[in-house]
Design a protein around this ligand. Structure first.
Ligand SMILES: Nc1ncnc2c1ncn2[C@@H]1O[C@H](COP(=O)(O)OP(=O)(O)OP(=O)(O)O)[C@@H](O)[C@H]1O
Length: 574
């Protein structure tokens, strides 16, 4: 994301806002001139009507223009936040899964919510405020120089000290604010991590420990927040001391000079009025500078998130491609893949060919690389060596969206989206009609579940599918997958969530699906592997054997051991 481009898209509104602000300032700067004339007229016994009407008009113009200025700048700021958030959302949704998984969710939330708001302040209101304030300061200084340059030098000497202190403070605020953003983000990440695993926390009786850790993180954020407040709080007093000093000098010296007749009372009044006008913009200028400094830290964090690595094909470069008739559903040709930072590859020199239809079971001990094979089929990441082909086509020949439209994935923990059961079912296929939904529900053996829910298909499911058991969630995910009529169905079998009736029902569904497409299932139960047409046996990232159950029982020692462990009378009784 180019922050300059975000600001440039709002340059019309920003320029209008600043111009209106400058006009308002000009209206304000004219007030002392008319007031001086009013005093002069009254002193000379002349009519006061003209200056009084003029001052009233300037008051009204000042108020109207100031309001319009805040509105226009605020509008530009909100547009910028929208721009940044939609860009970030798009980049997050199209990010490479591996890069995304390295992020802390709390930190992502902080960057998209709080940091974009701070960046908005820095890019819109603070900058606009600094421009109008600087204009006011310059205007006041010019007017004061015109009235009496010696008084001005005396006033500026006092205010200059305060301004110098203000500049030093602005730098310190920026450093403290960066630290505070990091601390707040660490607290947010910690909180999300704990809330995401609340059942584990409770079951481990770790509430106190986690509570203390979170309190420590919150304490860090408080400490750095206080540092920001302390430094920011020193702005006003620094400016105030300078103002009071300059007022004392100007009034004492000014009165002395009016007594000697070298300065008119009307001029001294106008000068003091300009001095008052000067103070508030000076404060605002330095506050704006502080906000810009804080905003720079936030902008850097927003840009860093926007730089998140993207999938190699972001869906906009679709290449038309047609699968070859009768081509194998999935082919791995000497595929190797190593996770970043991992010592050994998760998949190493794997080759297999699976036909257009049938059921394939992938078995192997934990960490063998089964899920990684699935992720490579989905193109969640690209292999480091070899190639993955789908329906006879190479990954380079098919856009990511087309590729994934031919695959359906049923995950082990089946996350559900918020909304009704029906909305969840048609998530990957929003145009499905009632009959297709009914067929999918029947095929996934979900009819009883739907009938038992208060509003049937229109029952609202809570966050993460509250209201459905793990087994029901997996069958719902199967129904959702069926609606897309995939060529390849990837199913990561639930390890423990299905009772034996549901398990049998799901197995029947999977077997019948094998007639229409290639079903590849990570089989945690040997019963699933036994009923498959083809079995891939993985170990340590390598494909050590493949074939049907009977042959593997004869030929492969690991497979036989896995089968014996699960199918022994003790295991079956358990
Ligand atoms: N995101 C990751 N980053 C680094 N290493 C990973 C990552 N995911 C998996 N691995 C490693 O890659 C190897 C294969 O993991 P994979 O999840 O594919 O195994 P699996 O056979 O599916 O295991 P399980 O049956 O326990 O789910 C393991 O050594 C694992 O530690």
């Amino acid at each position: 994301m180019r922050i300059r481009a975000v600001a440039a898209r709002q340059k019309g509104l920003l320029a209008a806002g600043v111009l209106v602000g400058l006009a308002g300032t000009a209206a304000m700067l004219l007030q002392p001139v008319l007031l001086g004339r009013l005093i002069a007229n009254v002193s000379a016994g002349e009519s006061a009507t003209g200056p009084v009407v003029g001052i009233a008009l300037l008051f009204v113009a000042d108020a109207v223009l100031a309001t319009l200025n805040v509105y226009l700048i605020g509008l530009a700021g909100e547009n910028m936040v929208l721009d940044m958030r939609t860009t970030l959302t798009g980049r997050l949704l199209r990010s490479r899964l591996e890069a995304f998984r390295r992020l802390e969710h709390g930190d992502v939330m902080n960057r998209t919510l709080a940091d974009t708001s701070l960046a908005r302040l820095a890019l819109s209101s603070s900058v606009a405020q600094m421009v109008t304030s600087a204009f006011t300061v310059v205007g006041c200084v010019v007017a004061m120089a015109w009235i009496d340059w010696r008084l001005l030098l005396a006033a500026l000497a006092c205010l200059g000290l305060a301004a110098g202190a203000g500049l030093l403070l602005a730098g310190a605020v920026r450093r403290a604010a960066t630290c505070n953003r990091e601390d707040t983000s660490a607290y947010g990440s910690g909180l999300l991590r704990v809330l995401g695993a609340l059942t584990t926390v409770k079951a481990s009786r770790a509430e106190d420990r986690e509570g203390e850790h979170l309190a420590e993180l919150a304490g860090n954020a408080r400490r750095s927040g206080i540092r920001v407040t302390r430094l920011s709080a020193m702005f006003l007093p620094a400016i105030n001391v300078g103002t009071q000093l300059s007022l004392a000098v100007v009034i004492t010296w000014g009165i002395a000079r009016t007594a000697t007749g070298t300065l008119q009372l009307a001029d001294l009044t106008a000068f003091v009025m300009y001095l008052f006008y000067l103070v508030s913009p000076l404060v605002l200028f330095f506050m704006g500078l502080g906000e810009v400094q804080q905003g720079r830290a936030a902008i850097a964090r927003v840009v860093e998130l926007a730089d998140l690595e993207q999938e190699e094909d972001d869906g906009r470069t679709a290449i038309a491609g047609h699968p070859r008739a009768g081509a194998p559903a999935v082919e791995f040709r000497d595929v190797g893949f190593r996770y970043e930072g991992a010592a050994t590859p998760a998949v190493d020199g794997v080759s297999f060919t699976l036909p257009a239809t049938g059921v394939t079971a992938v078995v192997g001990p934990s960490g063998a690389g089964k899920s990684t094979v699935f992720q490579l089929v989905e193109r969640f990441m690209a292999p480091d060596q070899g190639s993955v082909r789908l329906l006879g086509q190479d990954a380079g020949d098919v856009s990511l969206a087309q590729w994934r439209s031919r695959i359906a994935l049923v995950e082990q923990d089946c996350p559900l989206m918020r909304g009704t059961l029906r909305e969840n079912l048609v998530y990957a296929c929003p145009d499905a009609d009632d009959e297709q939904v009914r067929d999918a529900v029947r095929a996934a053996h979900l009819e009883d579940v739907v009938a038992a829910l208060p509003d049937g298909l229109d029952t609202r499911l809570g966050e993460a599918g509250v209201g459905l058991s793990g087994g029901q969630r997996q069958r719902l995910a199967v129904a959702r997958a069926l609606l897309t009529r995939p060529s390849v169905l990837l199913l990561d079998e639930a390890t423990s969530q299905l009772d034996s009736d549901s398990e049998r029902a799901l197995r029947e569904t999977v077997t019948s699906l094998g007639d229409r497409c290639q079903v590849i299932t990570v089989a945690h139960r040997m019963s699933t592997a036994m009923s498959a047409d083809h079995i891939l046996v993985m170990e340590g990232g390598r494909l050590r054997a493949q074939g049907p159950h009977a042959r593997l029982m004869d030929d492969d020692e690991l497979y036989r051991r896995l089968a014996d462990q699960q199918l022994s009378p003790v295991a079956l009784a358990g």
